[in-house]
Design a protein around this ligand. Sequence first.
Ligand code: AHM
Ligand code: MG
Length: 282
Amino acid sequence: MSGPNPIEAVFETLAATAPEIRAGLPGRRTALDQENVTGDQQLAADVWADELLAERLGTIDGIGEYASEERQSVEDVGNGYAIAIDPLDGSSNLKSNNPMGTVVGIYDGSFPTTGQDLVAAGFVLYGPITTMVVAREGIPEGYVVANGDRQSTGPVKLPTEPTVYGFGGREPNWNHSFAEYVEGVRSELKLRYGGAMIADVSQVLSYGGIFGYPGLRNRPEGKLRLLFEAAPIAYIVEHAGGASTDGSQSLLEVPAEAIHQRTPTFVGNESYISRLEAAVDW
Ligand code: AHM
Ligand code: MG
């Protein structure tokens, strides 16, 4: 399928495919006897959503590379933009029937690359309703997805008054400087953590605040993946008026040496991001 241009076509296709993904989830909640390349347990839904999206997005004219969290290597699918996708972000939430998402970054470059090559990013959130946020140029736009069509809900701007926070990882594995920073945040903001990045970032975009997954004592690079998750979300939040960091620099500046590279990931209001950069010593 191709649209007016490859970037628009990616988001149109994602909106058209989202209801199908949602409808296909009930029968695909079982764990497969396999892990993806970064060692996560795969569900039938992860593999199925990846195959569906590779088929739909990989055949768009003007898309040259398809990289997915669920596959080992980059697929060469023609000439043009490189797309990185997490087909079902937060899929462990399928068991408990909590929200999940799909996140995509469109890069004008070849993998591995940095967030500076991003020309657009977007996500679908499978919550009580299906919503979508797309950032291209200027302020990101929100949509409600119904019957495969997008209806705009207007610009997405990070509220200037922060309200919520959510940080991943087990607290005993947090580094001391980060734990101290969180003590301050706890006394100021309200905890909202659901275990699916897209859903947690959507709360930050709606109410203001900070979401993050830190580097851990036993895993200094943290959990979230730079090209599939961290950079696309940073692109969206920065365009919405917020900031991002890996602890010392914008997530859009972190160079990727490997497709599945992980990074400590934080997005949210500038005041909380700069305080975090001053506080952490990893
Ligand atoms: P996934 O892409 O394999 O679902 O993993 C990423 C998810 C993020 O959505 C979320 O922020 C994080 O893992 C939650 O991890 P935890 O369960 O350790 O809190
Ligand atoms: Mg994910």
